[in-house]
Design a protein around this ligand. Sequence first.
Ligand SMILES: Cc1cc2nc3c(=O)[nH]c(=O)nc-3n(C[C@H](O)[C@H](O)[C@H](O)COP(=O)(O)OP(=O)(O)OC[C@H]3O[C@@H](n4cnc5c(N)ncnc54)[C@H](O)[C@@H]3O)c2cc1C
Length: 288
Amino acid sequence: MKAPPFDYARPASLAAVFELLDAHGDNARLLAGGQTLLATLNMRLSEPALLVDINQVPELTGVSLGEQCLRIGALTRHTEIENHPLVAKHVPLLKLAVPHIAHRAIRNLGTIGGSLAYADPAAEWPACALALDATIIVQGSQGQRRIAAADFFVDVLTTSLQPGEVLVAVEFPLAAPNWRYGFDELARRHGDYAIAGLALAVRHDAGLLADVRLCFLGIGSTPLRARRTEALLTGRALDAAAITDAAAMLASELTGQLAPLPDLTNSSATKRHLATVLLRRLLARASA
Ligand SMILES: Cc1cc2nc3c(=O)[nH]c(=O)nc-3n(C[C@H](O)[C@H](O)[C@H](O)COP(=O)(O)OP(=O)(O)OC[C@H]3O[C@@H](n4cnc5c(N)ncnc54)[C@H](O)[C@@H]3O)c2cc1C
């Protein structure tokens, strides 16, 4: 199918974007990499009257190192993140996750801002943002807000972005030497969205796990921290017994309210099993 007719604007500043969003309200839609939006237009799942192309807005670009964080502009392409030396050095989890995002052609165009704003529960960047306690910076004509990742993802494809706001950048805390990171996912074919995935960040202190973040994608309606399993691991040595106990705890945690959402081909039980496989795998790697 072809997209419905729409008007197109390409503002050159954030102020001009806000003017258009304020004037057109719900009828306007931001266009970043277009890797999700254009498909939804072609399938007529969305019929905005105006596309506001933000690709010429300089305030949304760039990767910069601060004292406490690495700031990544919303328009940064997945491929730029894959190849950026500051990302590899200071936020290595992103480097581990990025090869799992779609295929090269999509990574060349798709942006981190588009991925976070779209909030697909099976996407990699939202899970990394939550695992690392990232801060998401959004701005509208009324000013700027800084939102913790834990408060940003609200439901399937739903965030706390308000009408008229643009996701401007995301700030990731810098990696410290006593942290280890891991990322893995299971998909039917390489490049498909994950059936289940896990972003892991653990801090060691004197041989014990002092901080544990287990953030699953493809399991819940938003990226999901397995808090009970994290608590079980905290304070323990990362040995075979801890890994076995954690997998059992996770299987129990992902029942009832936190039972994985099934998809067209995978039941909740299958996803629960895959989550425990990923947990064992990444904990074993982190212990090596
Ligand atoms: C075949 C295929 C496979 C894919 N597989 C994966 C995958 O495995 N993992 C994965 O994570 N993604 C996957 N994607 C999606 C891809 O990563 C997209 O790039 C991403 O979801 C959206 O980024 P975009 O820049 O293309 O956004 P767009 O498509 O331009 O926009 C997406 C939505 O976000 C809004 N938006 C964009 N930028 C902003 C902003 N700065 N502020 C506020 N709202 C904004 C738009 O209005 C729109 O509603 C896949 C896409 C395709 C086509």
